[in-house]
Design a protein around this ligand. Structure first.
Ligand SMILES: C[S@@+](CC[C@H](N)C(=O)[O-])C[C@H]1O[C@@H](n2cnc3c(N)ncnc32)[C@H](O)[C@@H]1O
Length: 243
């Protein structure tokens, strides 16, 4: 069950109109996203006026030596990201009390144990004018970051990554490709896996030339030219893939 704690949907940042979105990513490794930003569909939405911003919370730490983490109370392996560091980073970037940022935009702490991202969740996020993604590292966040700064936690699946950066990219990719102008063919996103057009089912199989390869042939119906029968076959195939 996903519980979201948000205030007014529009942060007054000029985004949210005409499918524009602003995503701020709090990370210790902003350079990870250089490759991501160079991808065509991401470039398309950025050129269209949407915005990705990166906040390296190490640059905001009030601690000496760029320190951002500490040992866990109660003992145990690994290091935990400190609440005072995230507090300083959110306040430094938004210029308001860090605990109030979530009143104007969804602040999402990436966490393996959070509610898992799916198509419905992506659609919900894509309708927001602005998001903030907090990327954890090491053992993860001091729980007070989640409790007091985040509106929610989000997992991209039931496995553990070394850091929140790949998870943030998954969220950004899935969300940004929903925005107008992201894809070369806007229709691609209308009839795809989990779309309403397919009743939320996975997409049907695709084939292309050659029609015959190593004795593996393409289903005859697809070569028949009967559009209605092809449509029916695809719907049926899609239903068969329902889990
Ligand atoms: C090594 S993980 C921490 C794992 C944590 N100790 C646990 O057992 O749940 C470090 C960071 O990677 C990110 N992360 C790892 N797996 C993730 C997943 N499946 N979905 C979203 N974020 C994930 C989170 O931000 C997390 O704080």
């Amino acid at each position: 069950m996903r519980s979201v704690c948000v205030g007014p949907p529009h942060p007054g940042n000029g985004f949210g109109g005409g499918g524009l979105m602003e995503i701020d990513i709090f990370t210790l490794f902003p350079e990870w996203f250089e490759w991501f930003e160079a991808q065509r569909h991401v470039r398309n939405v950025l050129e269209g006026g949407s915005r990705l911003r990166y906040v390296n919370f190490r640059e905001h730490t009030p601690l000496s030596g760029g320190r951002v983490d500490d040992t866990p109370f109660g003992g145990g392996a690994g290091m935990v990201l400190r609440v005072d560091v995230m507090d300083a980073a959110l306040r430094g970037h938004y210029g308001v009390d860090a605990a109030r940022v979530r009143e104007s935009r969804r602040v999402i702490a990436l966490a393996p144990g959070g509610p898992v991202l799916d198509e419905g969740y992506v659609q919900e996020l894509a309708a927001e004018p602005a998001l903030t993604l907090l990327c954890g590292r090491y053992e993860g966040f001091d729980e007070r970051i989640v409790e007091h700064f985040a509106s929610e936690t989000l997992s991209i699946g039931r496995y553990v990554l070394s850091g929140g950066e790949p998870a943030a990219m998954v969220v950004c990719d899935a969300v940004l490709r929903k925005l107008p102008g992201a894809l070369g063919h806007a229709e691609s996103a209308v009839e795809e896996s989990f779309s309403e057009t397919l009743d939320g089912d996975p997409e049907y199989p695709h084939y292309t030339r050659p029609a015959e390869y190593r004795g593996w042939s393409v289903p005859e119906i697809l070569l028949s030219g009967h559009h209605e029968r092809i449509r029916q076959w695809r719907t049926e195939q899609s239903r068969l893939r329902r889990t």
